[in-house]
Write a protein that binds this ligand. Sequence first.
Ligand code: ADP
Ligand code: ADP
Length: 228
Amino acid sequence: MIEFINATKCYKNDRIALSNINLKINKGDFVFLIGSSGAGKSTFMKLLLKEEELTSGTIIIDGVDITKLPKRKIPKLRRSMGIVFQDFRLLQNKNVYDNVAFAMQITGHSSKEIRRRVPSVLSLVGLSDKAKSYPSELSGGEQQRVSIARAIVNNPTLLIADEPTGNLDPQTAWEIMNLLGDINKRGTTIIMATHAKDVVDKLKRRVIALEKGVLVRDEERGSYENDE
Ligand code: ADP
Ligand code: ADP
């Protein structure tokens, strides 16, 4: 589904953010992207979203070389992806229902579709009874559930999560991981950047480790630190 071929990204200051990355991520994979600050995780995710451009090499998504994608096709590419952030990024002046509905409105769905799908996705994330609440009235875990609902409501094939448990206590973090696990089981590919060592070590999913822009480890059932 996703393939990086000799992918290199240098920013304008000549800083090498990603250096000759080669990897494949299959449909339905659950991938932890790890590495210390500055390793290149954000750059990796921004390249998928075409918020940044490669300096050399290629990224192929579903058979399409996205480095050659015309500008007018970028919105469609982004619609195939959902994004979850560490700091939730909810609209504070909209309630839970409207935060999720808004994601469908801006992608041009009919109000009938919205009325059908928003309640079902709120139920999936366990927030049916909070539909009328505002973000400020919710716990961190609940806010992250809203942001996950918003990210999946348009049925993306890829969910990109940037430290989704970074602002949550351990118990709540595990609840969010369970939810992401359920979403993955339903077929959505998940790429999750994280520093949560305990989560990575317990779940034993694929681990892609970056160090100073270099892919230093890619393991099918990996751990946070190198075992060897
Ligand atoms: P991570 O997300 O793992 O912390 P980043 O992808 O943000 O890493 O950064 C990788 C490298 O690229 C770092 O050296 C960082 O300083 C540099 N970098 C990131 N964004 C920019 C930018 N917009 N301009 C210049 N350098 C950048
Ligand atoms: P609780 O809030 O009762 O502790 P969770 O936080 O684990 O339950 O999950 C709340 C909702 O998130 C569930 O109603 C379900 O929709 C979804 N969910 C999360 N984890 C799971 C799971 N492992 N299996 C099924 N549904 C889950």
